[in-house]
Unconditional design. Structure first.
Length: 202
């Protein structure tokens, strides 16, 4: 007998690049790059060496293992760091969080981590805002891929209660963001910008 597939879905609505707000929905808070640096507990450069789903409190999570290459801000976590993301598939059960940007095995990047306690939906500050993948072209030139999405999140009463509970402490804003802040284009530009902000804050 086939295992029944259970899906918990968290709805995201994005129309034409403009976020539409409703009484039952809100947007992920938008941060400037300066705020990203100031509010992150840890800023790392590293490589994802494994991605594994697991189940906790009736929900599926995905745990990534980061090999730490450099620490730009915060206490050095050592050679490796584990981070948990809500969402994934295991044993026929799926939890899908639309807009969730989970790193994949083998990717290299910079990671702005809001906290290392692993008790949030996404440990990156501002979800995809704190996730910068490093891309390398055929000539060896490096650039950054920043998929900054300010998703419209809608919770309805019939959604999984465990999922709703996890979302209560997220940072949300009811303001429509009309201007994008500075976004570094290369690894060197990101490192220099972080260093400059940290020096000013001393």
């Amino acid at each position: 007998m086939k295992t029944k597939k259970i899906i918990t879905d968290f709805l995201v609505v994005l129309m034409g690049g403009i976020i539409a707000l409703s009484a039952a929905a809100t947007t992920i808070q938008k941060f400037t790059f300066e705020e990203m640096v100031e509010l992150s507990e840890l800023i790392l450069e590293g490589e994802v060496i494994s991605v594994n789903p697991f189940i906790s409190d009736e929900l599926v999570y995905t745990r990534i293992l980061l090999e730490v290459h450099d620490v730009l801000k915060g206490d050095d976590p050592g050679e490796f760091l584990e981070l948990d993301f809500l969402g994934g598939e295991l044993n026929g059960k799926t939890v899908h969080v639309s807009g969730q940007d989970i790193p994949f095995e083998g990717e290299k990047g910079f990671y702005f981590i809001e906290n290392t306690s692993n008790d949030s939906v996404n440990p990156f500050l501002g979800w995809s805002q704190g996730h910068f993948r490093i891309l390398t072209d055929a000539k060896g030139n490096e650039s950054l891929e920043a998929d900054i999405r300010l998703e419209l999140l809608e919770i309805t009463e019939n959604k999984n209660t465990a999922l709703v509970s996890k979302l209560r402490d997220m940072k949300f804003s009811n303001k429509l963001v009309t201007e994008l802040s500075f976004t570094p284009a290369t690894p060197a530009e990101l490192r220099d910008a972080v260093d400059a902000i940290l020096i000013i804050g001393e």
